[in-house]
Design a protein. Structure first.
Lengths: 115, 114
């Protein structure tokens, strides 16, 4: 079974530029999550999708961050414009959903550096 | 308030020594508990989980954890560590009846010295 795929693995941009990250979850997983992991901290949930609908985006800075999951499969997270404090690893995870929401499988992450 | 605390930011040990990584939580509801490991430049991998039943849970790579409800703890242990266990370890708690999405602790960096 293929795992959660993410690209790119690394990205360096200047502040005020825009950037996009891509995630392809495990086949059949209805629920998809984006996390932000700042150096020295645990992952913080940004947004949760159930199929192609948003379940929770309360922690997403909506003035600069956006995410979509068209067709309920892969997903894109965008930052525009980026700030220095956005430097972090962005993790995508997926789960079957329902009573298996807690059983999350993580991708390798995208390390973003904003200069 | 519901929270997860990993008291130790860094735990250095020598190879073949035992190790315990501590995790405490605060919750007014029942919980599911998890430990994840993150190797450098990789995503998180589930080590073990407690959902119900026996409070002693065995996971991959020789790790185990014990759920102590009275002390609201879920400490991770390994009797003999290897160099390859050097990684970041995260405790996570899922609050039953809520969103079920795990809340992560800040992580503990396990550094195994030869």
């Amino acid at each position: 079974e293929a795992g959660v795929a993410q690209s790119p693995r690394y990205k360096i941009i200047e502040k005020r530029q825009s950037v996009a990250f891509w995630c392809n979850p495990i086949s059949g997983h209805a629920t998809l999550y984006w996390y932000q992991q700042i150096l020295g901290q645990g992952p913080k949930l940004l947004i949760q999708f159930q199929n192609n609908g948003v379940v929770d985006d309360s922690q997403l800075p909506k003035d600069r961050f956006s995410a979509e999951r068209l067709k309920g499969v892969d997903s894109t997270l965008k930052i525009q414009p980026a700030k220095l404090e956005d430097s972090a690893v962005y993790l995508c995870a997926s789960s079957l959903g329902g009573t298996e929401l807690y059983e999350q499988y993580f991708g390798p992450g995208t390390r973003l550096t904003v200069t | 308030a519901q929270s997860v605390t990993q008291l130790d930011s860094q735990v250095p040990v020598f190879e073949e020594a035992p190790v315990e990584l501590r995790c405490n939580y605060s919750s007014s509801v029942s919980v599911y508990l998890f430990w994840y490991v993150q190797y450098p430049n990789q995503g998180l991998q589930l080590l073990l989980k407690y959902l119900s039943g026996s409070t002693l849970v065995k996971g991959i790579n020789g790790f185990e954890a014990e759920f102590n409800k009275s002390q609201t703890s879920f400490h991770l242990r390994k009797p003999s560590v290897h160099i390859s266990d050097t990684a970041e370890y995260f405790c996570a708690v899922s609050f039953i009846g809520g969103s079920y999405i795990p809340t992560f602790g800040r992580g503990t960096s396990l550094i195994v010295h030869p």
